[in-house]
Design a protein around this ligand. Sequence first.
Ligand code: DMJ
Length: 628
Amino acid sequence: MIFKTLAGKTSFVGHRLPQTFLFLLFLGSLGFGALFFLPETSRLKRIFQHNSDNSAVITDSMNGQSAQPSSPIGAAQFDIGVLRIQSQLSSSNGKQTNNNKESSQGTVSMEHTSEGDAADNKVHTRGVVVSSRARSPVRVKLRNCMLKPPYLANYGKPSDPESLQRREKVKEMMKFAWDNYKRYAWGENELRPLSRNGNDGRTFGGLRGASIVDSLDTLYIMGLGEEYQEAKEWVENNLNLNVGGEASLFEVNIRYVGGLLSAYYLTGEEVFKRKVVELGRNLLPAFNTPTGIPHGVVILAGDSRRSSGGDLGRSSVLAEFGTLHLEFVHLSELTNDPIYTEKVMNIRKHLNQLDKPRGLYPNALNPVSGNWEQHYVSIGALGDSFYEYLIKSYLMSDRTDEVAKRMYYAALEAIENNLVQRSPGGLIYVAEWRGGILDHRMSHLACFSGGMIGIGAEHGSPETRQHQLDLAANITHTCHESYRRTPTKLGPEVFRFDDGAEASAPRVNERHYILRPEVVESYMYMWRLTHDPKYREWGWEALEALERHCRLATGYSGIIDVYGHIIQHDNLQQSFFLAETLKYLYLLFSDDDLLPLKDWVFNTEAHPLPVIPRNCSQERGHRPNWTH
Ligand code: DMJ
């Protein structure tokens, strides 16, 4: 969540490409560094039919009832890599156990099939697929620990008819966005719905298909089977990682690495693992700096593979280098290679030992000297997802990463002491800080913090729990106000609390809405945490506004002025609209058993990554030492 500026995003070093927005780089006279901006069909159906059949088998078996007769299920499962139940082999004698709930070791493992299983010799016993090939301990461990049961269309199905109807509406929106992308921009990074073509941008260094990779998990959890299959096939046949342009490390990480990891963990399809491991390797040169703090830009492939943008010391951005942890720890899990974890632990260690003005983390750091470059602090653009990844690192480590936990709560305390404000009208907001001077503005991006503070609340000290939950609710309320106070009922990019403004955007260049997710993201978390029905109502208001103002005949588009009575579109269907905005809305109207928060953390692009159970990594021998 970093530069989160307008369309397509631009980065501090100029590689995020906006289309219509302003990006201003100020060099402050008080020694501040860079401040910034204004901002085919029947076959597929058959396959998915089998998928559903399979869920029945799983349910039965899990209930300890007899499983269905086998027949075609195994074959279909193998084709598409859906999950199956596998009776565990006895590790001592290699014989298969029975197919009831308990194996001889007292467990039934649920595994995904994959291409990697092609050599397995499968036995179907009363509908249960059993592999007779012993697996490597690492592989078995990984699967048992992290791959989860499949998410089929019925997961999270709400019992009340209204929520169900609303959830169906979100699914229809996703299909509409996808179909139009497919029709006009297939293989390009994003759809431009007015001009009916694709937007390539240069943020991804020549990588293509950002909307496809960003959508994989959303399609999958919504049960859009054909569309998921198309996306998977595109990744398999067309996702070329051998590109040599300058890519944003941050953007590639959150969208491509996050999207592929999540698709792998949800589906078990080896193709996603293969791709993400290859991509992860290509990102490593970014860390070749004297401090190990990565540059923002990396050349992904080719003879001159290198990081760029600053051998002479251009700033690295807090939200960029601080938003790698979740994905990189999972890359180490997948590859059993500690290098990825080492890279991000080094960043963590460096930040931990640096002096921080009033306990705050400035947004820019010199990757050569390792020092802060200015004292501009924000939980919106340039800072945001760094804080998010601290608390989520703790949660993803099955609450063993004590350093992340300490850093998060200390940072939150500093934010509360220095940035959190109450407006004359009683709204709580998080201001920005420029060398000690408050700027009473909050960006749409910063609205993710309602959800973040909410999920962190229950893990802090018991005395602060209610206080933090209230703070989360108050920030989410303020962000809702920024929507409610516009005629379109969509919120502006930046809203202010000075010169008489109260959660509104007096400046014309801050009035756009580019399909961003942060506000509905916080609604989703607050719903899960409190079950207060107002969050679902607010989500529905946002959905209706999206339909009214952002839906065109050819896809969805951001709008230029949320206060305008005549709507002008920015001609971009952002990939994060499919990855995040629609996914969070879908989850908001689903029951909590769809991606439960105790089992999954969402990366900053809303790609779910599994919590790594504490006994898993330890046994695999490379669990990082979280305590230094
Ligand atoms: C997304 O790409 C991610 O949420 C990122 O962290 C910041 N900005 C966009 C959405 O606004």
